[in-house]
Design a binder for this molecule. Structure first.
Ligand code: ZN
Ligand code: ZN
Length: 361
């Protein structure tokens, strides 16, 4: 954990930021190792405090040995009061806070407690930029989560029947993930049969899986806080010509994007490799979402593979990044085809980590 803190401190120094309050749960866990649901970190060049409540103080001391644990008491000694005392102790005059994770009410309480002493500075993405490149131990956990996901999919697929509901299929997949070693599911499993598959994030319901029509399955195991993410589109019974035509376009779009992934390439260029191909086949309007996203302590994190935003600087792939590559085509009234693999950027190119079977290889 020390090197993560060191790297964060280097970023803080580059911005002349003397202290940072870390509130985002995934960032808190990444820096400290603390897995509790409540708490905040105060990072300065010399000190690292973990502030949490009495439910977690013993756990925090055990999980986060590099941090000094401070107990807050609500009501009585809430977070702003603990920060005020720490700021006085360390002579802080500025404190960065994670603008995307502090509510207006929390900000007001902090501003009141620190008024006239400490200036609050909104920051974004400081810890997130460290998390985009995975370390060896994180990769090992991700590979385990992916293997559990692949195995659960492969074991469940032959047991699906046309008369089963989407909900029943989703439950069978969830049970397989849990029995296979997942501590939780990464997100509510999607099983979307026939026309329901036209909604990229459909909720499984009473709809039978049916035969001869596309079924989109999107699922993932969570292991030690890390999220796998896998989509396969399958058909029970015989698929028709239209299905194969669309399936092959999506598969080829995915193949082209993965073939182009290597260090230095910009994420919007990878997105375009898939998007332009789908567009050239006449389905550009039917592929509305981004091509992919990073995975890790959050199921959706950086880097995003998506169209360039007008005012955001381009992001280049680096070795150690793990992203999904998940092109899709969605046709109202018919359904959808999405194929999603997790891909590791290596020094030479990219390695596909997901190994769940596809209808065509
Ligand atoms: Zn997914
Ligand atoms: Zn995904």
């Amino acid at each position: 954990m020390q090197t993560r803190l060191d790297r964060l401190r280097a970023i803080m120094a580059g911005r002349a930021l003397p202290a940072l309050l870390v509130s985002a749960p995934a960032n808190r866990r990444y820096l400290s190792g603390f897995t509790g649901s409540s708490g905040a970190l105060l990072i300065t060049p010399a000190r690292a405090l973990l502030i949490t409540d009495s439910r977690y103080t013993l756990q925090a001391a055990r999980e986060a040995p590099d941090f000094a644990v401070r107990e807050l008491i609500n009501p009585g000694r809430p977070l702003p009061a603990v920060l005020k005392a720490a700021a006085a102790e360390q002579g802080l005059t500025q404190l960065g806070f994670e603008a995307a994770f502090v509510t207006v009410a929390e900000h007001r309480a902090l501003a009141d407690a620190l008024a006239g002493v400490v200036e609050l500075v909104p920051v974004e993405g400081l810890v997130e930029q460290l998390r985009v490149v995975k370390e060896a131990d994180e990769l090992a956990i991700l590979r385990r989560a992916i293997a559990i996901t692949d195995a659960a999919f492969a074991a469940t697929l032959p047991r699906l029947r046309p008369e089963m509901s989407e909900r029943e299929a989703a439950w069978m997949l969830e049970v397989a993930l849990r029995i296979g070693g997942a501590e939780a599911i990464s997100f509510p499993i999607i099983v979307a049969a026939g026309p329901n598959g036209a909604l990229p994030h459909a909720t499984p319901g009473d709809e039978p899986l049916g035969s001869g029509r596309p079924i989109v399955i999107d699922m993932g195991a969570r292991v030690a806080g890390y999220h796998a993410d896998l989509t396969r589109t399958v058909v029970l019974g015989e698929a028709d010509e239209r299905f194969w035509q669309i399936y092959d376009i999506v598969l080829e779009a995915q193949r082209r994007a993965i073939a182009g992934m290597r260090p230095g390439i910009h994420t919007h260029v990878v997105d375009a490799l898939a998007r332009d191909y789908i567009g050239s086949r006449g389905y550009g309007e039917q592929f509305g979402h981004g091509l992919g996203h990073g995975v890790g302590l959050e199921v959706h994190e950086g880097p995003g593979l998506r169209r360039a935003l007008p005012d955001a600087p381009p992001v280049a792939l680096q070795p150690g990044m793990v992203t999904s590559v998940e092109p899709g085509i969605y046709l109202e009234g018919w359904g959808g085809v999405r194929i999603e693999d997790l891909v590791l950027v290596t020094s030479e190119g990219a390695t596909v980590l997901s190994q769940a079977p596809k209808l065509r290889s």
